[in-house]
Design a protein around this ligand. Structure first.
Ligand SMILES: Nc1ncnc2c1ncn2[C@@H]1O[C@H](COP(=O)(O)OP(=O)(O)OP(=O)(O)O)[C@@H](O)[C@H]1O
Length: 741
């Protein structure tokens, strides 16, 4: 049966139209979809480079451009433009099937033909200039899907700026191949991005990039455009009916809902025989993948899905995105979105009532008091972490267990004698908590884990979503699947809880995270908690959020850091890239803090004058006092701003909603993004924050880890910017800026 496909570019055009035109477009294509194209008139285009391109009338002024292959099986909406532009666009374009991926690609054939001679002339005149892709031979380019016309163009390139300018007319995936190679990626790395596409599209075997046996042999029918469209999940979505069409057209800006990169697609919809993990730099779409994964598992209907992370601010952004992705009530109801602490709390409450929680500051005081009483020359933070990370984190209940425990990632070694003394202090601490009748968050988590392991938790505690499989492997648990976002910041005790909340089974745990964005002091080796992802780990490398300029600058801050992953190895920033271009970050030194705030007001005013919506502007600072000062300075200048930690501002009844500039701590920025972002107070003594770094002479290991955490917090803040980043300080700049100033 004939079907309708929507191309990514069509949706982007549609998003930019005025509402009345959008309504007409929606009407036209809803009719088109209902009539299954019979009786709908598609206009041929005179002088077209590709006669499979047609136009469709929307009204007197607007036209849609449709790819209508000869077999009439699949119609793809490519563009929606004013009448003359639509014809002009379609006349110049040629559709082809990429030889490496089998997906469709569209090029501006006329522009390519016109640019090539000039480029070749320039290249031959500048004979001493090295050709951009001199290091890559033709056979490799062909294996990566570069065809004759693009190859000729690629050979004439001498500068990456020429390639950037050619983005508008080269076929998409071939452009990405050339750009990746020009940026220093190896053919194998470029291939890895492409190869994933084909393993999700019908299971055709893909040869390695170096596989000489298949070189030059066509693997996909170059004329079968319909098959190519079906393989192109990253740019065309096939509509399953009018409801899906309307849903897509009602959220045209949210491309992530429908178009996934082949690697994202493969990871989100994969079948895993156990826990799986996806890593990737900032903005590579890990949250997007986690959301699609959760929906996919919910659609699978094997049982309830927990989608979890570590803060409430993150769960609220996840909730909002999930509302867009899982619109069907039945599917949405199968997904529970809660922080790990909320899950623990609910389990604890069910068994024991509300936990009498000890405030964090009181916990610190108690540790200090007990350490003083026992005369143990260790820092309170060290012993508190030892208790949380090692003892509660491994469910240790006696001294023998502690003596035998792995302390991987804890730094300072402890002899058996020292461990015995630490154990005594910890016992005294726990006894004091019992006397006072209070518990800490970590204890709530540990107790919830114990209850789960003892089978003492009702399987329907989080909702009555009876699993289709009556008793899953590993016994009844509240969830059949768990999807974790921002996995790098969970603590060992939280991992134990998550391991216990879902039975060991296929597709049980799915983790998304980035060790470079670890902003809390948790060091975890997942294997120790029964979560083994070996053979089921993937990495995303393309940043969809931030421009290449902002990304490269931010990555510069982490270049020499040794970042531990979640499995005892090291993570790397190699290969993260963005294909978006923009302005370089602006760095501003102010003589005094008040001058710095004046500079902040000026830059925000400039952004507002440029037409940036105030809600798309953010300000980040390390200290909460600086957050308050920034809100006040903006307020005094007549710019409405809100501290993220404070309740939302309410407008007057009937008035337009208030859209304040968001001001938050670097930690509070996690999970957010802004078109324009100012990071202020990046001065010595503030970044890294004074009290947050253990002095090197007290504990060199903790010192290094604390510094890294602070550096990561600045990195997280800066990578929230999509288009413009402004970084300022007063007095001496932060030492973290030394590498990038
Ligand atoms: N396939 C896609 N198509 C369009 N936009 C995408 C795609 N994938 C991700 N994005 C967009 O990129 C931005 C970053 O995505 P997301 O928040 O999922 O990344 P992340 O890896 O979780 O980032 P971080 O680790 O920095 O929090 C979002 O605006 C998202 O909508």
């Amino acid at each position: 049966m004939a079907r309708l496909g929507i191309d990514r570019d069509f949706l982007l055009d549609f998003a930019r139209l005025d509402k009345p035109v959008r309504e007409k477009v929606t009407d036209t294509f809803a009719k088109f979809e209902r009539a299954t194209h019979a009786g709908v008139h598609l206009e041929k285009i005179v002088n077209a480079r590709d006669d499979r391109l047609r136009t469709i009338r929307i009204d007197q002024f607007w036209r849609g451009v449709v790819l209508a292959p000869d077999d009439g099986d699949l119609f793809t909406l490519l563009k929606v433009l004013p009448h003359d532009d639509a014809y002009h666009w379609a006349q110049r374009r040629r559709v082809s099937v990429n030889a490496a991926t089998g997906r469709i690609e569209i090029r501006d054939s006329v522009a390519l033909d016109q640019t090539l001679p000039e480029l070749a002339r320039w290249a031959s005149r500048a004979a001493e200039v090295r050709r951009l892709l001199a290091g890559v031979d033709d056979a490799t380019l062909r294996r990566l899907g570069v065809d004759d016309q693009t190859l000729a163009f690629a050979r004439a390139l001498t500068d990456v700026a020429q390639l950037e300018a050619a983005r508008a007319f080269l076929p998409d995936s071939q452009w990405s191949v050339l750009y990746g190679l020009a940026a220093g990626m190896t053919p194998e790395e470029v291939w890895a991005d492409l190869a994933a596409a084909t393993s999700t599209s019908g299971g055709e075997r893909r040869p390695a990039v170096t596989d000489g046996a298949t070189a030059g042999r066509a693997r996909f029918d170059p004329d079968d455009v319909t098959a190519a469209v079906r393989r192109s999940q990253d740019r065309v979505v096939l509509v399953s009916g009018p409801a899906e069409l309307l849903s897509m057209l009602s959220h045209p800006f949210d491309l992530w809902r429908v178009f996934l990169h082949p690697v994202q697609n493969k990871v989100a919809f994969g079948h895993y025989r156990g826990p799986a993990r996806v890593t990737g730099g900032p903005g590579t779409g890990k949250t997007v993948v986690a959301l699609h994964r959760a929906r996919h598992l919910a659609v699978g209907g094997e049982g309830p899905v927990l989608l979890t992370t570590f803060t409430r601010a993150l769960t609220s952004t996840i909730e909002a995105s999930l509302a867009l992705l899982a619109e069907e009530v039945e599917i949405r109801d199968r997904i529970t979105v809660l922080t790990v602490d909320q899950v623990a709390n609910r389990i604890y409450r069910e068994a024991h009532g509300n936990p009498p929680l000890l405030a964090g500051s009181d916990e610190t005081l108690l540790w200090q008091q007990i350490l003083a009483e026992h005369g143990l020359p260790l820092r309170d933070r060290f012993v508190a972490d030892e208790w949380r990370q090692v003892i509660l984190g491994h469910g240790i209940t006696d001294i023998a267990g502690y003596q035998a425990a792995s302390r991987a990632g804890r730094g300072q070694a402890l002899t058996a004698g020292q461990r015995a003394r630490v154990w005594t202090v910890i016992e005294a601490f726990q006894a004091r908590l019992r006397e006072q009748g209070v518990v800490t968050y970590a204890m709530v988590c540990a107790e919830a884990t114990r209850l789960l392991q003892a089978g003492a938790v009702r399987p329907d505690l989080f909702g009555a979503h009876a699993p289709r499989v009556p008793v899953p492997r590993g016994g009844r648990r509240p969830f059949r699947h768990v999807v974790v976002d921002e996995a790098q910041d969970l603590s060992p005790v939280q991992w134990r809880l998550l391991r216990a909340v879902v039975g060991p089974d296929e597709n049980d745990l799915f983790l998304a995270g980035d060790a470079h964005q670890r902003i809390y002091g948790n060091r975890v080796t997942l294997r120790e908690h029964g979560i083994v992802v070996t053979g089921r780990a993937s990495r995303l490398t393309i940043n969809y959020r931030t421009t290449a300029e902002i990304l490269a600058w931010s990555l510069g801050m982490l270049r020499d850091e040794r970042i531990n992953d979640l499995d005892g190895g090291l993570d790397s920033i190699a290969g993260y890239r963005s294909e978006l271009r923009g302005r370089r970050p602006v760095l501003v030194a102010a003589p005094t803090p008040s001058d710095e705030l004046k500079g902040l007001v000026d830059v925000i005013r400039r952004w507002l004058d440029e037409g940036i919506d105030s809600a798309e502007i953010g300000v980040a600072a390390r200290r909460n006092t600086l957050v308050d000062e920034a809100v006040a300075a903006l307020g005094d200048a007549g710019i409405i701003a809100r501290a993220l930690s404070k309740p939302k501002l309410k407008g007057r009844r009937g008035a337009a909603p208030v859209r304040p500039v968001a001001v938050g701590s670097m930690h509070g920025m996690k999970g957010l993004e802004f078109r324009c972002l100012a990071v202020v107070g990046v001065s010595e003594g503030i970044v890294p924050a004074h009290g947050s770094v253990t002095p090197a002479d007290e504990d060199p290991y903790a010192h290094t880890q604390d510094l890294q955490q602070e550096r990561c917090a600045l990195f997280v803040a800066c990578t929230r910017a999509r288009e413009q980043l402004y970084v300022s300080w007063s007095g001496t700049p932060s030492p973290f800026l030394a590498a990038v100033r």
